[in-house]
Design a protein around this ligand. Structure first.
Ligand SMILES: *[C@@H]1O[C@H](CO)[C@@H](O)[C@H](O)[C@H]1NC(C)=O
Ligand SMILES: *[C@@H]1O[C@H](CO)[C@@H](O)[C@H](O)[C@H]1NC(C)=O
Ligand SMILES: *[C@@H]1O[C@H](CO)[C@@H](O)[C@H](O)[C@H]1NC(C)=O
Ligand SMILES: *[C@@H]1O[C@H](CO)[C@@H](O)[C@H](O)[C@H]1NC(C)=O
Length: 246
């Protein structure tokens, strides 16, 4: 009996790092219903039709082929235009498409970022005059305590300059639990994001529109390296020893 308790405690110790796990990045596309746009009439879901939009970036270079377009016009608009999204995590990364044109469109960027109602950052990107776009442009990143947070992307400010926002997506960092049952087998295809064991495990508890960042540190990979490191072999030996003892 004592031997059994000893073996079980040792096993529990071995499994602890697996159960604690690490973090992963999840993406929320601009078209995800978790985003809300205010005032809604001032934001246009693109690449759909938009009579007032001058920015025509290449949609195949936008995340999921979509972005939200809004322009705060100096002297005409008084209240900034906002995009709001909530998530549970410890860091957030906001990505836009940036136009570098001076006119048609005026590609000036004058944004602010709020977390839980407090201004935590800003992005001021004056146009260079080139008729080009930059994609996957990180306009804000911030870290905070793990938990539920609300991000507000504020485009323009009262009395401020004209500002174009082409909001593409956000990434956020969240904790993930690695359960022993998610351990992939050696024959599994773990490299493709659509086929990894990690996807299968997390997609059940996450909204369907959430996708995994392609270059996030894969928890499935950590589990594999854990086993490749020989810990798996030691574990099997201990289980075998335990079975013999009991
Ligand atoms: C956008 O957020 C700012 C800052 O909180 C606020 O002053 C403004 O009224 C908001 N705009 C809209 C349209 O809700
Ligand atoms: C858009 O980008 C894709 C991928 O790089 C490219 O093949 C295509 O030619 C581009 N389209 C235009 C209109 O530039
Ligand atoms: C791995 O992926 C390749 C190519 O997509 C496929 O042909 C193969 O059957 C997959 N193997 C497993 C074990 O899923
Ligand atoms: C999440 O993405 C950011 C920005 O690309 C990167 O710095 C960070 O290492 C990523 N975190 C994870 C857990 O993949």
């Amino acid at each position: 009996m004592a031997a059994r308790v000893l073996v079980l405690s040792f096993l529990a110790l071995l499994w602890t790092p697996l159960a604690l796990a690490g973090t992963q990045n999840l993406t929320i596309d601009d078209a995800d219903p978790r985003f809300s746009y205010s005032p809604s009439g001032k934001w246009t879901a693109r690449p759909g039709p938009c009579s007032g939009c001058q920015a025509e970036p290449n949609s195949s270079l936008a995340y999921d082929g979509t972005w939200h377009d809004t322009t705060f016009v100096n002297g005409q608009d008084l209240t900034p235009f906002n995009a709001t999204v909530s998530f549970s995590g410890s860091a957030v990364y906001v990505y836009c498409i940036i136009s570098h044109a001076q006119s048609d469109p005026d590609g000036n960027t004058d944004m602010q970022f709020m977390i839980d109602g407090e201004i935590v950052g800003s992005a001021n990107i004056p146009p260079t005059g080139e008729a080009t776009y930059s994609y996957n442009y990180l306009v804000y990143s911030g870290q905070f305590a793990e938990g539920q947070h609300t991000l507000t992307v504020v485009n323009g400010q009262e009395g401020g300059p004209t500002s174009l926002a082409l909001l593409d997506y956000i990434k956020y960092t969240t904790e993930v639990e690695l359960l022993p049952s998610s351990t992939p087998t050696a024959s599994g295809n773990a490299t493709g994001p659509a086929s990894s064991a990690q996807d299968t495990q997390t997609s059940a508890s996450l909204p369907a529109t959430t996708s995994l960042s392609s270059h996030s540190a894969s928890p499935a990979a950590s589990v594999r390296s854990y086993f490749n490191s020989g810990m798996g072999t030691i574990l099997v030996m201990i289980v075998m020893a335990g079975t013999t003892l009991l």
